[in-house]
Write a protein that binds this ligand. Structure first.
Ligand code: F3S
Length: 390
């Protein structure tokens, strides 16, 4: 693999320990995937921000890297943390966890990473142009920007996206190469699919079938941005998909999907009934926050309803009075975190209700089944929160 002179010098430690580690990581990845060279990226998105997911070793790694004085060379944003950075006590997050979480965000900020703390950076000021090369982690965001916005990024890990932020470079292979973005399977959907739950189930099923392929799903052309956001999250959960496309070509293997199969997936992922109603995986858009308020029709929730969004959307929703109106009805609106990366068990949560197959999959996995999940459509989730005491 060809590398620039300054990267060779960085590999020799001429620019300090931080850049030596970052360049070594990118060169090793590039060689493993037979990249021909390193290319400049326009922006990076870094995952592995929650103390819940990276723990003590992750915190130490970030603090050591930050202490070398290395800084991001391109725009770089952060995935959600394990708590709302200002309302963590209201969420029931333990003090010890909060202190560790503050340190992680501080280490990343000192390297110049913006504390956007969202998995929807494209709704929070990091919206890439068509054809721009990126190094993004967070599979739901990767699939969305590759497929819906036409940007080009591989599915990076937290450390590799950070290494790209610090060097401004990424190895050129996979989704950075046009030939690798051609469809490998044609998905034919029978029946009508609508709403976040069904789109996330469709993604979950297709991701499982195509592995690392590029599914062509012409029937989702015309779906809303929020539905495609849910589809992207589902696709990234059950397989190694990096993008979907609407384009098709002759001779592709076909995958037929019937709504019945999606209902089966939803049933299989549901392990409980009732609990804290959690919406916002991926983080809610402004339109979705407004829709929740509309569905409530002025009725107060008897149960517990938590919404998760980015601080960017939270600010906009607050300025329009939406957050205040929701809170008057007993809804809690949190930013910076989500039901998957927050320490639910330590917060006393035993079961949740949600409309995201991704959240159902990971809550089950991360908590080892200690937190039960039931899946319902968004409309049913709101009904549940209004009618059932938590
Ligand atoms: Fe986002 Fe958390 Fe879901 S990071 S995609 S809301 S698991």
């Amino acid at each position: 693999m060809r590398v620039e002179r300054w990267i060779e010098a960085a590999l020799d430690g001429e620019y300090g320990e931080g850049l030596r580690i970052a360049s070594r990581m990118l060169v090793a990845i590039g060689e493993a995937f037979e990249a021909d060279r390193l290319i400049p990226v326009r922006s990076c998105h870094i995952s592995g921000v929650s103390y819940r997911t990276i723990g003590e070793p992750g915190l130490r790694f970030l603090e050591d890297l930050a202490s070398s004085g290395v800084k991001a060379r391109v725009k770089a944003t952060m995935n959600p943390a394990g708590m709302d950075m200002s309302k963590w006590a209201e969420m029931g997050v333990p003090e010890n966890f909060a202190q560790k979480q503050f340190k992680i965000v501080k280490a990343l900020e000192s390297m110049g990473i913006e504390p956007t703390l969202t998995c929807t950076p494209y709704l929070a000021g990091n919206s890439p142009d068509v054809g721009s090369h990126l190094a993004w982690a967070e599979s739901s965001a990767v699939i969305y920007v590759n497929s819906v916005l036409g940007a080009m990024t591989n599915r990076e890990s937290g450390p590799s996206a950070l290494a790209s932020a610090l060097t401004g470079l990424t190895p050129r292979f996979g989704m950075h190469v046009n030939e690798c973005r051609r469809p490998t399977h044609l998905v034919e959907v029978e029946g009508n699919i609508e709403g976040a739950l069904m789109f996330s189930a469709l993604g979950y099923l297709v991701g499982r079938e195509v592995g690392r392929g590029v599914p062509s799903i012409p029937s989702v052309r015309g779906a809303s941005g929020d539905e495609l956001k849910a589809l992207s999250a589902g696709l990234g959960t059950s397989g190694g998909v990096s993008m979907f496309t609407y384009k098709t070509q002759r001779g592709l293997p076909r995958i037929k999907v019937h709504t019945r199969e999606l209902l089966n997936i939803i049933e299989k992922l549901s392990t409980g009934s009732g609990g804290v109603v959690c919406l916002g995986c991926p983080h809610l858009s402004l339109a979705e926050v407004r829709y929740v308020l509309e569905l409530l029709k002025g009725r107060r929730v008897r149960g517990t309803l938590w919404l998760f969004t980015s601080r960017a959307v939270y600010r906009r929703a607050s300025s329009k009075g939406l957050v205040q109106a929701l809170e008057r009805l007993g809804v809690r609106v949190f930013k910076d975190t989500c039901m998957v990366v927050a320490p639910l068990e330590d917060m006393g949560v035993k079961s949740i209700v949600t409309d995201s197959c991704k959240a159902a999959h990971y809550v089950k996995l991360i908590t080892g089944g200690r937190v039960q999940v039931s899946l319902m459509s968004r409309e049913e989730c709101i009904k549940e929160a209004i009618e059932r005491e938590a």
